[in-house]
Design a protein around this ligand. Structure first.
Ligand SMILES: *Cc1c(COP(=O)(O)O)cnc(C)c1O
Length: 442
């Protein structure tokens, strides 16, 4: 499969190159030149197949010959090491739980798949490559865990000191081996600025090659289709049509779902549920794409004012407004509504949602109020324990932390505390890279 840049449809690259580059040189996002269609028979018999086979069938056309089937099967096996349960929350309302992976959020799927692809492509190279990434919380943990011990890949994660949750910090700073954390005395924006400067620094890159594990990378975006198919497998047995609500920030997750539907997955409608960072709901209402400055909310992984992946959704519908609106509705919700939903669902059903899942639940309910008769699914994108510090007291007590969270509690944090100063970071990157080189030579 070839990919073109959304800024320039003539610029085409292979899957391999799209993964290694991340973004086209003109800063456009990569998009597949065609959308593969799945055979009807595959969809009709989907409940007969196992998840790994389904995943391979779905992703293979997007990769083509760049990764041979055997290696791809292995990457999928290492990606799908945890289940995606569909839990009934109330009549006709189901939570698709995407938080059973190692870092308790859905980003594990994309990060692990991308790590597998990059590890495969790096095999032929001699010099190790460094994945450099800035995180406001969830991305760093998923990348650290996904790339842990991948040969030929070093990982450096920048995070803002004091601005990620304790659990998120542990997930970034306790693994060791090929994973290093820089604790930056500044904000997430400072971290992002430092990363961008490093990517523009050609002299640095000649000495220490860098790549990004950003969420716009096609190898992180496309495998997110997998769990939509897993959910459909279960819905099919209920003999109902599904509508799916996705709590959305950068719009990568929902864009994967809509790509799955374009391939032939039966989904009656998608609902993009946002917090008050509501650029897309406003756009669908009045046709004007006008981002406001980002606002901090309880569902902080969705505090995105200008969602990068939305251009991919527009492209899926070939910029046809009417077709887009027939498939997608978007709603926004406040923090007060989010907390009320968490409390209400817990009180009535003893089901504890995290703030992101709660936004998804609200969007689903709102849509189903005027469109009854569907099987409604909302994506529960993170385990509530990840956001324990911002939950109301009454709910915090109800959190049941998985065992691997307790294990992290006993582990030592290892991070290099650093000013938000590019010269310092650059020097550190060069020094630690030399250390790696001499260690390899021994
Ligand atoms: C990243 C994230 C989101 C937003 O996903 P997008 O693909 O950026 O729309 C939602 N919930 C959680 C918990 C996240 O970590």
């Amino acid at each position: 499969m070839q990919y073109y840049s959304l800024q320039n449809h003539q610029h085409r690259v292979s899957f391999r190159e799209a993964v290694i580059r991340g973004l086209a040189p003109d800063k456009g996002l990569y998009f597949p030149v065609e959308i593969p269609r799945l055979e009807k028979d595959f969809i009709e018999r989907i409940d007969e197949y196992d998840p790994q086979y389904i995943a391979r069938k779905v992703i293979q056309p997007f990769i083509g010959a760049d990764i041979p089937v055997q290696a791809l099967t292995q990457i999928i096996r290492e990606t799908l090491t945890f289940p995606f349960p569909l839990r009934e929350v109330e009549d006709n309302v189901y939570a698709l739980e995407l938080f059973h992976g190692p870092t308790l959020a859905f980003k594990d799927v994309g990060a692990r798949f991308m790590a597998g692809c990059l590890g495969y492509f790096r095999k032929e190279e001699e010099k190790p490559v460094t994945v450099l990434v800035a995180t406001s919380g969830d991305t760093g943990g998923a990348v650290a865990s996904g790339f842990y011990d991948v040969p030929g890949v070093e990982v450096v994660i920048l995070y803002p000191s004091g601005k990620v949750s304790d659990l998120q910090e542990k997930q970034l700073t306790t693994l060791g081996r090929n994973i290093r954390a820089l604790e930056i005395k500044g904000t997430f924006d400072d971290c992002q600025r430092l990363v961008k400067m490093a990517f523009l620094d050609e002299e640095l890159q000649a000495r220490r090659p860098l790549t990004s594990a950003n969420s716009i990378n096609v190898a992180r975006w496309l495998p997110q289709m997998f769990y939509y198919f897993m959910a459909y497998r279960k819905v099919k047995q209920m003999k109902k049509e599904a509508v799916i609500s996705v709590p959305s920030g950068n719009f990568g997750n929902i864009c994967a779902g809509m790509m799955a539907a374009a391939m032939g997955l039966p989904v009656a409608h998608f609902i993009a549920s946002t917090n008050v960072n509501d650029t897309v709901p406003r756009f669908l209402e009045n046709g004007k794409y006008a981002p406001n400055p980002a606002v901090a909310t309880l569902s902080n992984a969705m505090d995105v004012a200008d969602p990068s992946n939305f251009v991919r959704i527009l492209q899926l519908f070939a910029q046809n407004d009417r077709a887009l609106k027939a498939s997608l509705t978007a709603y926004r919700f406040t923090d007060a509504q989010t907390v009320a939903a968490m409390e209400d669902v817990y009180a009535r059903r003893r089901y504890l949602m995290d703030p992101h899942g709660a936004v998804g639940y609200l969007g689903l309910k709102k849509y189903m109020d005027s469109h009854p008769g569907y099987c409604g699914i909302f994506l529960e994108t993170a385990h509530p324990v990840k956001f324990a510090n911002t939950m109301p007291d009454s709910l915090r007590e109800a959190i049941q932390a998985p065992e691997r969270v307790m294990i992290l509690d006993g582990m030592e944090k290892e991070a290099v505390l650093m000013d938000a100063d590019y010269a310092k970071m650059r020097e550190w990157l060069l020094q630690t890279s030399k250390a790696a080189a001499t260690a390899d030579a021994k």
